[in-house]
Design a binder for this molecule. Structure first.
Ligand code: SF4
Ligand code: SF4
Length: 58
C-alpha cells in the first residue's frame, strides 16, 4: 500500500471537498497528513490539488 505525502499546502480547501471519507487531516486550513484508517487511496485529492501538494508514493 502506498502513501500520500503532503508538501507545501496552500490551504485552498479543494481536497477537503472531494474526499468522501473525510480522511484528510487539517491544521487550520492547511493539510498536515492523511488518516489511513479512513483513506481508500481513491486519488481524488491528489488529482484535485492544483498546487501538487499531495504526492502519492507507491
Ligand atoms: S488541494 Fe492542495 S493546496 Fe488545496 S488544501 Fe488540499 S493539499 Fe492544500
Ligand atoms: S486518496 Fe481519496 S480517500 Fe484518501 S484522502 Fe485522498 S480523497 Fe480521501
Amino acid at each position: 500500500m502506498g502513501y500520500i505525502a503532503v508538501m507545501g499546502c496552500k490551504a485552498c480547501g479543494a481536497c477537503r471537498d472531494v474526499c468522501e471519507v473525510d480522511a484528510i487531516i487539517f491544521q487550520g486550513d492547511k493539510v498536515v497528513s492523511i488518516d489511513y484508517e479512513k483513506c481508500n487511496l481513491c486519488m481524488k485529492c491528489v488529482k484535485v490539488c492544483k498546487n501538487n501538494s499531495l504526492i502519492y508514493f507507491e
